[in-house]
Ligand binder design. Structure first.
Ligand SMILES: Cc1cc2nc3c(=O)[nH]c(=O)nc-3n(C[C@H](O)[C@H](O)[C@H](O)COP(=O)(O)OP(=O)(O)OC[C@H]3O[C@@H](n4cnc5c(N)ncnc54)[C@H](O)[C@@H]3O)c2cc1C
Length: 498
């Protein structure tokens, strides 16, 4: 059989360091720096990727009594120390924020990381307003009214729908917890140069057959052999490519525009997340502490580019317009290259919208906070293979309309910790396919259902006219009027992350 080879080139070292990944038993390529023939350093777990999913997984493994003694390493191409929040200003927030579900927060408490988060920069919210930008049909979520229909409320019942947090605050908390418990060898900033199965003549001093173990060669020249290699390495996962696991899906041909905003007016007591479904994509404004908020606007790439190019006062006006003006007005505003502040000011005076049900006006857009990310849906055919497991975006990427991607990664990490702990307790090989089966069973179907639901919502609301608009509005109104149905939706959303 001809050996298969795949080639993956890291963005940051595209010109100088091609990374080759061999899918075959036989090694077919080695860069000049590759040292797979040198004696590898043996680890039980090697995790590529120190994002939210990888850090949560390693923190979980170090916090579980069954797995705390495993020899573990983490590799990240970025400098994780540099990315940590250090004495941040209370009036400046990072533009990459996520809504953490209560289930994810419980998991972070279980692994001892929640106490290391900067809580002054976390904003819980208690209400959600979601509406159709074409028909104005609306659904509002809040725990008190939702719960009473099912069971009488108790003082201990939850009032928080989710917690807004900067991704950097979360990863800083996880890194602090990891530093506190220690015991993980960290390679950062260090690139993965190649991943290959061990060579035929691999040193075998410890009585292990390392030929079937992944060997990870690093940019610092060291080679690690992993009993279990974890891919927490994001959407373009080199580990997934190495394992030969296919990932299927499509691009949405939309960009997710993010920005940090300062809002006008008093800070409300009850904090609300707003999302309006426009035919070009949903626009969401989510509360941060004080008068700050974060924007996630999924829209056509050309519109994303326009928003980024505008003067700050025009950006603020266009964002205000997105929550207030009709679709035709918004289409017109996207043909202008300047002057939005005046144009929107005039149009708002002549438009009917319910002041009480839209977010406060934008007072300022934080300088340099507007950025855009291409949106895509991808799902790996499997989450594990021989001596490999995938977590987080390496396994799945989802449309951000329900704010679930990072939470899915947290749930993956928690499930994989349970699987590895069970294998260790039973004396099994943690890298064996059989030991990892329960991880796939716990997560693949659940993630697939959520990916499908978000994908269908995106498609349903991309329609700007016709009978579908009436039907979806009826559906939204029906769910809004039935407390039990709303409770079910909220229960599902809130429990993702465990
Ligand atoms: C606009 C937008 C809004 C979102 N909002 C939400 C939200 O509200 N709630 C939510 O739950 N989710 C949200 N998400 C999704 C969320 O941001 C991601 O799901 C999450 O950040 C993925 O985390 P991860 O750890 O799996 O991967 P990543 O954060 O991508 O981390 C991967 C890590 O692997 C490292 N790496 C990659 N390749 C290599 C290599 N070859 N060598 C060494 N290191 C490597 C990278 O440096 C990186 O640190 C949103 C996404 C977008 C685009």
């Amino acid at each position: 059989m001809q050996p298969q080879t795949a080639r993956w080139i890291c963005q940051s070292c595209r010109r100088t360091n091609p990374l080759r990944i061999s899918l075959s038993r036989r090694r077919t390529y080695a860069t000049a720096t590759s040292s797979t023939s040198a004696k590898p350093e043996i680890y039980d777990v090697v995790c590529v990727g120190g994002g939210p999913a990888g850090l949560s997984l390693l923190t979980g493994l170090r916090s579980s009594p069954a797995t705390a003694g495993l020899k573990m390493a983490m590799i990240d191409g970025q400098d994780l120390e540099k990315g940590m929040l250090r004495n941040p200003s209370p009036t400046t927030y990072a533009n990459r924020c996520s809504s953490l579900t209560p289930a994810s927060v419980e998991n972070l408490k279980d692994i001892g990381a929640w106490q290391h988060i900067d809580h002054s920069r976390v904003q819980p919210y208690q209400e959600m307003q979601v509406w159709d930008g074409v028909s104005d049909a609306r659904i509002s979520f809040d725990w008190p009214s939702t719960n009473t229909f099912l069971t009488p409320r108790r003082p201990t019942d939850p009032t928080t729908i989710a917690y807004m947090i900067e991704n950097a605050n979360l990863t800083t908390g996880l890194l602090k917890r990891l530093n506190h418990v220690g015991g993980i060898e960290t390679f950062s900033p260090t690139r993965v140069e190649s991943i290959e199965l061990g060579p035929e003549d691999v040193a075998n001093s410890s009585g292990l057959d390392l030929r079937s173990w992944p060997h990870i060669t690093l940019s610092n020249g060291r080679t690690l052999a992993a009993r279990l290699l974890i891919g927490a390495d994001g959407a373009n996962s080199p580990v997934r490519t190495f394992a030969g696991i296919t990932s299927r899906g499509w691009d949405y041909e939309r960009h997710g525009v993010v920005a940090t905003l300062r809002l006008s007016g008093e800070v409300p007591q009850t904090r609300t997340a707003y999302q309006r479904f426009l035919p070009s994509g949903p626009v969401a404004m989510l509360p941060l502490p004080g008068n700050m908020a974060t924007l996630v606007w999924s829209t056509h790439p050309a519109r994303a580019a326009l928003l980024r190019s505008l003067a700050p006062e025009d950006q603020a006006a266009l964002i205000d317009a997105a929550f207030r003006l009709c679709v035709a007005d918004l289409d017109y505003l996207h043909t202008l290259t300047s002057g939005h502040a005046d144009e929107v000011g005039w149009r708002l005076q002549h438009s009917a919208y319910d002041q009480a049900r839209v977010p406060a006006r934008v007072a300022a857009v934080q300088p340099n906070s507007v950025a855009a990310f291409p949106l895509r849906m991808r799902h790996a055919d499997a989450y594990s293979g021989h001596r490999v497991a995938l977590v987080g975006d390496a396994a799945h990427t989802i449309h951000p309309l329900a704010g679930q991607g990072l939470n899915q990664g947290q749930a993956d990490a928690a499930a994989l910790v349970r699987t590895i702990s069970a294998a260790v307790a039973a004396g099994d090989d943690i890298g064996s396919t059989i030991a990892l089966e329960s991880y796939d069973a716990a997560r693949w179907q659940a993630n697939n259902a959520l990916l499908g639901a978000c994908d269908k919502l995106h498609k349903l609301y991309s329609v700007g006219w016709g009978p579908l608009v009436g039907l979806r509005s009826l559906g939204l109104k029906a769910v809004d009027s039935v407390g039990a149905a709303k409770g079910l939706f909220m229960g599902i959303a809130a429990s993702n992350g465990r």
